[in-house]
Design a protein around this ligand. Structure first.
Ligand code: HEM
Length: 401
């Protein structure tokens, strides 16, 4: 891989793919928030970076001046669009595209998945307990959301490797472009995903079941069946948003517990606290940073922003703003007042939040019941993903007291 120029100054030349950002973005954001709350870079075609909660919120709510047409920042985006409604849609198209997905993600619909999720977690734990060490990312966290979303869509749960490869191409591999092939690789992967979903869509049109693909092929958007472009775009979004995010959140939570024996012991002794702790893990280790494109010249937080440029919208940095959260840099697993922005703010707020909360909670409950003692294996390194979704991709643990 070609060497990228080192960051000369985080306030004028930031790079969210830099190794220091990947490993510990918190110190960078904290410093910027104090000295230059809206940073900039000429990299990636010109990007602004707000770090205060109030600025992130203002941008997320201002859909007149900030568009979602490019929610992922890429060095060389393809010249043809890859719409994934509703996340890439702006008003007035956003609302109907969002409304049609909502019934599949209500609290009632999601609660039905609890027994299945418990079973998935326990099957994975069966293969881990008894061993002296494990990689909790590759043996546990990466499989749970894949298998739950595959079950919801009615596609094979065993296809996890393929789904994770697609996600890697979309969110990590093609966001930088060292050899001028990123756009082609991205489009080829999108086409491969369409080819994968096409036969399922055809089969469910002919013989619908109660899965999410059947639901979408029967859905109406502005009175009409979804076009193939809309259907495959929505399926791409559900598959990608449904896996990488929750995988990262479960991993970051386990990473924290492996690092913090007092919190681990407290949750083992009092599992009723797990849902409250999950909210704190979501706040402190929020995995998702999206982007917007500036539509009109505008000023935010004292920083003039030029139309056409991009804004990195770091919900995780907003969640660490001491102006909004007491002891923002501390992880307090019994924090009560916790209106974090991990699931976004405004019209694009996450549709899958009920599902994500369920998966993270069940994953921690089942793990702590059967593996109450674990710590990081200091002989092996933890690695974190780069790009819009941050989470541990290897999580070496020593198991047992
Ligand atoms: C911990 C896990 C998750 C986190 C932190 C998360 C975070 C987010 C964030 C920050 C947004 C807003 C994007 C924006 O403003 O541009 C979003 C949107 C969205 N998320 Fe999630 N997400 C998670 C899990 C899921 C799951 C499991 C699904 C299920 C398929 C899902 C589906 C979606 C969809 C469809 C949208 C677009 C909503 C819209 O544009 O109206 N997410 N998510």
């Amino acid at each position: 891989m070609a060497q990228r120029p080192p960051v000369s100054d985080w306030s004028t030349d930031f790079d969210h793919t830099d190794r220091r950002w990947i490993e510990n973005p918190f110190v960078i954001w904290d410093d910027l928030r104090q000295h230059c709350p809206v940073a900039q870079t000429e990299r990636f075609g010109g990007v602004y970076l707000p770090t205060r909660y109030s600025d992130v919120r203002a941008i997320a709510y201002d859909t007149n001046n900030f568009s979602s047409r490019r929610p992922v920042i890429r060095e060389n985006p393809p010249t043809v669009g890859l719409p994934s409604p509703p996340i890439t849609s702006d008003p007035p198209h956003h609302k109907p595209a969002r409304m049609l997905l909502l019934p599949a993600f209500t609290p009632q619909a999601i609660a039905r998945l609890v027994p299945r999720t418990q079973r998935i977690c326990n099957e994975l734990i069966d293969a881990i307990v008894g061993a002296p060490t494990c990689d909790a990312a590759t043996a546990y966290t990466q499989h749970i959301p894949v298998r739950v979303i595959a079950y919801m869509l009615g596609i094979p749960e065993e296809e996890g490797d393929r789904f994770r490869r697609w996600i890697h191409v979309f969110l990590e591999d093609t966001i930088v472009d060292d050899d001028n092939t990123a756009a082609d690789r991205l489009l080829a992967t999108a086409a491969e995903m369409d080819d994968f979903f096409r036969p399922y869509a055809q089969a469910r049109r002919a013989d619908p079941g109660d899965d999410l693909i059947s639901f979408l092929v029967q859905a109406r958007h502005e009175g009409q069946p979804l076009t193939e472009r809309h259907l495959f775009g929505a399926l791409r979004l559900i598959l990608i948003a449904g896996i990488d995010t929750t995988w990262s959140a479960i991993g970051a939570s386990l990473w924290h517990l492996a690092n913090t024996p007092a919190d681990r012991a407290r949750l083992v002794a009092d599992p009723g606290l797990i849902p409250t702790a999950v909210e704190e893990f979501l706040r402190a280790y929020a995995p998702v940073t999206m982007a917007r494109q500036v539509v009109n010249d505008i000023e935010v937080g004292g920083c003039p922003m030029k139309a056409g440029r991009l804004v990195l919208l770091p919900f995780p940095a907003a969640n660490r703003d001491p102006a909004v959260f007491r002891d923002a840099d501390k992880v307090l697993i019994d924090r009560q007042d916790n209106r974090h922005a991990a699931f976004g703010l405004g019209i694009h707020r996450c549709i899958g939040s009920n599902l994500a909360r369920l998966e993270i909670t069940v994953a921690l409950e089942e793990w702590l019941k059967r593996i109450p003692e674990f710590r990081l294996d200091e002989k092996r390194a933890v690695s974190w993903s780069r790009g819009p979704v941050r989470g541990p991709r290897s999580l070496p643990f020593v198991l047992g007291a």
